[in-house]
Design a protein around this ligand. Sequence first.
Ligand SMILES: NC(=O)c1ccc[n+]([C@@H]2O[C@H](COP(=O)([O-])OP(=O)(O)OC[C@H]3O[C@@H](n4cnc5c(N)ncnc54)[C@H](OP(=O)(O)O)[C@@H]3O)[C@@H](O)[C@H]2O)c1
Length: 547
Amino acid sequence: MTGVTGSLGAHVVANLVSQSSVHKVYCLVRAPSKASARSRVRDSLRERLAYHKLSLSARSKIVALPSSFGEANLGLGQSDYDEVSGSITHLIHLAWSVNFNKGLESFEGDCIAGAKNLMNLCLAAKRPEPASFNFCSSVSATAATPGNVVPEALPASLSYAQGMGYAQSKLVTEHLCDRASQQTGLRARVLRVGQIIGDTQHGVWNATEAIPLMLQTAKTIGALPELDETPYWLPVDTVAKACSEIACSGAESGVMNIVNDKNFHWTRDLLPLLRETGLQFETVPQQEWIRRLRASEADPVKNPPIKLVDFFASKYDNNKPRRSLAHATSRAQGFSPSLQNAGVIGSELVGKIVCQLDKRWSAQEVSEAEPAVIVLGGPCGSGKSTVARALSDALNLPMIEGDDMHSKVARQKMGSHIPLTDADRLSWLAHIRGAVMDRLRTTGAPAVLVTCSALRTMYRQELRALQELAGVRTVFIMLETDSREELKSRLTKRQDHYMAPGMVDAQVDLLEAAGDDEIDVVPVNSRQALDEVVGECQSIITAAIEV
Ligand SMILES: NC(=O)c1ccc[n+]([C@@H]2O[C@H](COP(=O)([O-])OP(=O)(O)OC[C@H]3O[C@@H](n4cnc5c(N)ncnc54)[C@H](OP(=O)(O)O)[C@@H]3O)[C@@H](O)[C@H]2O)c1
């Protein structure tokens, strides 16, 4: 896969690794090293709230490799190139410079030549037939198609592409796919994708994209345009499933349109749904909206939508009737049940999207990050204290040993192999909260590290109360292992601890995986070498403190 550090790619990889039929996903990423490629992939999935629910076995299928698509060997060393070509069955190419201001030439190196180099990797597959190549194109490549419907085929003319380098570069590459398929027998599919919006689970949408920036003007200029448009949007997780389904199908080469076949009206349907979420704005004619946007704050840091004012003006600073172009999708639907079953945007999804965007808009206004509590969680024997001490030294952060906060009675119970009750744990967690607030106040540190098993959602929830009580953000780094035996053997080696090895089973049985909404949970494989565990935790904490 390429493009995993982007929005669609994060959802595709999360979808693929959750399937039992998928053995491994190589993610080719722009990065200076393997460690950095790994953390870029993890951060991307976290940003899209697609990481905390992935199991250890699913995460273990991800292999991140630093790459450079403009180079013939993709910037992979010989052994990595051989490894990938030795096992590749499908390639999903999503990486692209999503920049509407650049000319066609600037797409030549990384993007267009990159696509050719990736097709060569498919052809180098050491199997009876080449790996399939699945290229993510865009409906902008055919946006000037005459008539009302864009077929699932190459357009009759290059002039059908929207007049910008991005769209033209996609169309050039659609043609490259077609030629490669004809000349080499490569199964090269073009997945022509329409407008992607936030995911159905959480509503996360890149706040810097054109439509989220338009929506932000409800806040910055208090107005949204009355457009006579009927968009055919699809949530990013639906597009991701469609891409995986088609890529892993037996579909032959050719074009498939991944576009919703159901639409809605911007002014009659969407604007009322936006109001329902509590967003307050005036609705104004499109040219008046452009006028107000042009007259608004010129500093893009304070007023991000101003960045795209010329792009918006090119679309809306006129009285021309809007054109609505539908897309043939029967071929794509034939290979993708998710596309077939996609619904139209409704109040639930709009509510989630506005809620997520609002968090990002508010974060743009806040100048100082809130302090954080970093909880090193996991059952006994998972290495919480060792890792926390190493992190405290490396990052110069104060540390609280959660076990020290247990009452004497609770410690005696644990030493006598008597599991704690929820009442014991709630009073323990209250002590921890107090210690966190105290330590942050007295040290002025940006974060405090706490070791605390935090095995169940309700225990984690107790610590999340710190947000309400003292404006402290929580991050739960859960040290995971799939081996109880290893935990027991680690405990047996410990001399001076009241936690008996017999407690491992009780703790592992109690452990609850992160729920859908537990987006502050970051699982880490504790069976890696200690320095790898510490390195991974360090990059998670650094990113959290910098937020
Ligand atoms: N979003 C939409 O509504 C939409 C609609 C139609 C088609 N698409 C297509 O869907 C795909 C994914 O889009 P997205 O929304 O996920 O975009 P995104 O969030 O901006 O992600 C873009 C991805 O492409 C990579 N990339 C950008 N420039 C690159 C370059 N010069 N060389 C190598 N990699 C580069 C980025 O890597 P870095 O992190 O290293 O920058 C990132 O992984 C793209 O092909 C896009 O054209 C998107």
